[in-house]
Structures are given as structure tokens and as C-alpha cells.
Design a protein around this ligand. Sequence first.
Ligand code: HAM
Length: 422
Amino acid sequence: MEKINSLTGMTDLIETKADEDVLANKVFQTEKILKEIFTNYAMSEIRTPALENTNLFKRSVGDTSDIVNKELYTFSDKNDKSITLRPEGTASVMRSIIEKKLDGETHKLWYLGPMWRYERPQKGRYRQFNQAGIEILGYPEGAPEFEMISLICELNRKLQIRKPLIKINHLGDSSTKKLFCKALVDYLTPMKSNLDEKDLLRLDSNPLRILDSKNPNTIEILKKAPSISDYLQDNSKELLKSIQELFSDKCEIQIDFNLVRGLDYYTGFVFEAISEDLGAQDAYLGGGRYDNLSAQLGGKDLPAIGMAIGIERLALISYQENKNRTLISFIIISSNSEAKAYKISHELRSINKNIDIDVQLSQGSLKSKLRRANKNGAAYAFIVGDDEIESETVIIKPLNKEDSDQSTMNLNEIENFIKNLS
Ligand code: HAM
């Protein structure tokens, strides 16, 4: 029978017990650490559906963005309604808060889950990927900006990110943005013949995005272009400087006046964190302020700031120490009193929360079971056969080579032994 494979750009993540360097292991561990950080920052979880009305993304992420123009997984359901697999989480969070009439309150929220974008897959870029996001709602510019950068520094530290750099910028208020866009268009229009098709389209629909161009000609032309820094108000520039100064001992922060984001809803402070170890897809997180989104989606005026972290990218550049949990492989070699042996494993699990017990469920010889225990990285094999069940004992076999003498312990001794394992 012909096999059916997964779709292009969609990966399976399968945890393995032994090899610490597998992407799936790092992804799951990264998620655990992120959840701890979010809890430390007193944030609450929000979980929204993967499918939304297509219009939600058109009205938030924006009609002119690459995400909405080219990358949405959109289809009609059985009722001919246009629905879309979410490409990001911010729009759904805002929709949910408005729908539940919570848009008059403040919120500190986090979420974690899969997102879908029809992009060309490459290292660190998938069509289904996992994002962890945070959205801080109801607070004007100031403290939440510091909180965002503080959280990024903390995750850089906890996950021991290699070569992290945080880039920050300010897009100004709407009049600043308008003036700057006009200046940029005035500067670029006479040079239209040197721009490629993509940048020409941007010039018409969303000129700020040209600052993100990867075309070497455009990059050269932009060197002499007007800069947003000439248009920004003093308080915006001061915010950038004070963020840079406040965290200068913790993380490397660079003010980058060319940083623009690929989603239309951003209004003021924006940021991205990159690592050169990631290659072309170097941003492992990004975000910013989006004070108009709530009103744009029919809600009250609700200032907001947030960010999303690409979990797979973060896992690729993080170093996580072995968590030092002890794995015990529990081997039953009795067929007539299996149930009694299982009962022992059940009791042992509750003695020490730092140990994991892997009861070997398959049939087979002791030799093959010991081989499997070693392969899974177990520190000990606990072996229970008919004699042990009779005498209420267990054979303990250390699996590291230096200390390989096995011993037989009664249940009290085992309890103490397990309590003392780290
Ligand atoms: P974004 O910059 O589009 O922002 O995505 C955030 C992060 O998701 C990126 O920095 C990257 O690490 C990861 N990512 C994006 N696309 C892919 C992909 N195809 N494969 C793997 N990873 C990917 C947002 O999504 C905004 N919702 C962030 C935000 C929250 N702004 C305010 N609140």
C-alpha cells in the first residue's frame, strides 16, 4: 500500500528519551521554560480557536501584508463561509477580548500553539510552526514596553540563547507616520525605475515596508533616504534610549530606525530579536504596540503591546542543560503476577517527583529490556520477577558502567533509595 506523507513544511515533533539534541526535545523543553517565565511575569493563559473568519486577518494583519496577500490557508467550509487557519495569534486574542466584552479592562495574556503560513520552507521556516505569544492590553506606552524587553532578556538568559541581539524602533504616532511615509515616497518616486516589482507594489500600498527590502539595489538607494528619526517626537526617541540604557547590562539592544514589521497593525514601539546563528530567517521573536487594533475590530479604544516567539527557531539557538531528572526503567519478567509488579511501580512513582519511571510494556527477554533501558538513557533498571514478587523485593541495577553491581532491596529500602535520588 502506498504510504501517505505529511504536507510540505509541516513537521512532526516526536520526543525521544535519550538524545537531548533532537529538535522535538528542545521544542518541548523550550515550551516548558517559556510557560515558567510567563507565570513569573504574572500572565494568564488564553487559548483561541485555530480557525477564524478570514476577514479578521484582512482587517488586522492587513490587506497589503505578505501574510494576507500570499500566505493564508483560506478555504470555504461546508456552508460556503470563508475561513482561515490563523497565521498569528494577536488578531484572535483581540477578537476574543472584544467578543467577551473584556475590552474595558487591563489584561496580561500568553498563548502557545500552532500557526499556519503558506511560505517557502527553509531552515527555521515552516508552513505550520509553533508560536508562544504575549499580549498586554489596556496600558498606554511606558511600563509595558519595559516589561516586554525585560521578558526577552529573561528568556535569552534562561534559554542561554546564542548571540542574541534585540533591535528596537518607534514608528511614531499617526501624523509622524504619515509625514515620514510621504517623505519616503517623494524620495523614492524619481527612482522608480531602479526598484523591483515587489518594492514598486510596496511603494503604492505600504511604503514603510520598503525599508525591509532584501534587494541590494534598494538597500543602496535607501542609504540616502529620509529616516524616521528625523520625524520622531522627542519622547519616542527618549523611550528608545531609556530602554537601551536600562537593560544595557543584561542584553545587547540596538536602535534600528529601519526596523519595520510585516503586519499592518503596529503603531509605536516595535522590536525584533535576532541571532546570526539562525541564518536567513534570523528573527526568533518580534512584536510591538498596536493601539488601534481594538477599535479597528469594533471594540473600545484599548492600547496594547505584544510579541510572538517562534518556538522552533528559539529551540534551534537555545542551549538547555540536562534537567537532571532520573529515569528508572521498570522491568517485569513475570507473566503470572504482572499485576502485582505494576502495583509496585505505581507506588514508587509517588515517592519522589524528580524521578521518572518507564515501565517496559513490551514482552521480551531481560537482555533486550536492559538494552532498551540503556538506549532510553535510564540511570537504573528495577527488575521484578516471580522470586521478587514472592519476597516483596526488587533488583536494582545501576546502568552506568563504573557502578554496575546490582543489589536486591526490600520495599522499605527501595523507598529510601528513591527518596535520596535527585
Ligand atoms: P511575526 O513577526 O510575524 O509576528 O512572527 C513572530 C515570530 O514567529 C517570528 O519572529 C518567527 O520567529 C516566528 N515565525 C514566523 N513565521 C514563521 C515560519 N513560517 N516558520 C517558523 N517560525 C515563524 C507576529 O506573529 C505577531 N502576532 C507578533 C505580535 C504579537 N505582535 C504583537 N503581538
